[in-house]
Design a protein around this ligand. Structure first.
Ligand code: HPA
Length: 234
């Protein structure tokens, strides 16, 4: 047990998928895993361990934003020895050619700040995905025939953003989408020599203002979970 995760030693797999929403962790575990067991309920941040095609995997909610994700990722890495951490989440589309329902594999992420800012200070560190995972996720997406984009995303600290000028600059510089967690996950993975990737479904769009209807969310999110699992165990 750690401060925020109630799982006993050995109850967390080496491969962990991390959705922001704990109820999405429950849905993904029930939908994709065999013999899924709930291993964490602390603060309602549900986590489940089961198997996918015989491979042990944990799906643990991260909460929203980098400070929350940092707590769970730190404890998963340092206390439970997680080796592969894949964020599965939603993002807002930022380019015309990136449609709602498409998947984004974040090769790198731009931020204003992360919980690791205190380490880097004036340095602009470039948080980067694990290439092997990225490569395998891309091929899995092709195999599943899911429209997928690979490139930079924006990990923002705020959902209700008072700086439209920053969003505009991100779009101008080719950033594909905005979410709130991936940068710190990549930084923690690099620090502890683990593998990390963010597989994101575009759930809404900052240019077209289109949003994924509730009844279509499940199917799209399912593609993302399958891509993440395929990448982890390819
Ligand atoms: N902003 C930040 N995070 C998000 C968004 C957004 O528009 N959509 C989904 N996650």
């Amino acid at each position: 047990m750690t401060i925020h995760i109630g799982a006993k030693p050995g109850e967390i797999a080496e491969t962990v998928l991390m959705p922001g929403d704990p109820y999405r962790a429950k849905w993904a575990a029930e939908t994709f895993l065999d013999d899924a067991v709930c291993v964490n309920e602390v603060r309602g941040m549900l986590g489940f361990t089961g198997t996918w095609k015989g491979n042990r995997v944990t799906i643990q909610g991260s909460g929203m934003g980098m400070p929350s994700l940092s707590i769970y990722a730190n404890e998963l890495i340092t206390e439970y020895n997680a080796q592969t951490l894949i964020r599965i989440g939603s993002c807002g589309g930022m380019q015309d050619h990136v449609g709602v329902r498409d998947v984004i594999l974040a090769s790198t992420t731009t931020t204003l700040s992360t919980p690791s800012r205190g380490i880097f200070k004036e340095l602009n560190y470039a948080p980067t995905a694990d290439f092997d995972l990225l490569h395998k996720a891309f091929h899995a997406a092709e195999r599943l025939d899911v429209k997928t984009h690979v490139g930079g995303i924006y990990s923002s600290d705020v959902f209700y953003d008072e700086r439209p000028d920053l969003t505009e600059q991100m779009m101008r510089h080719g950033i594909l989408g905005v979410e709130m967690e991936a940068a710190e996950l990549y930084i923690l993975a690099a620090r502890h020599k683990r593998r990390a990737l963010a597989v994101l479904t575009v759930s809404d769009h900052l240019v077209t203002h289109e949003a994924l209807p509730a009844d279509q969310r499940e199917r799209s999110f399912g593609d993302m979970v399958e891509i993440a699992l395929s990448a982890a165990f390819a």
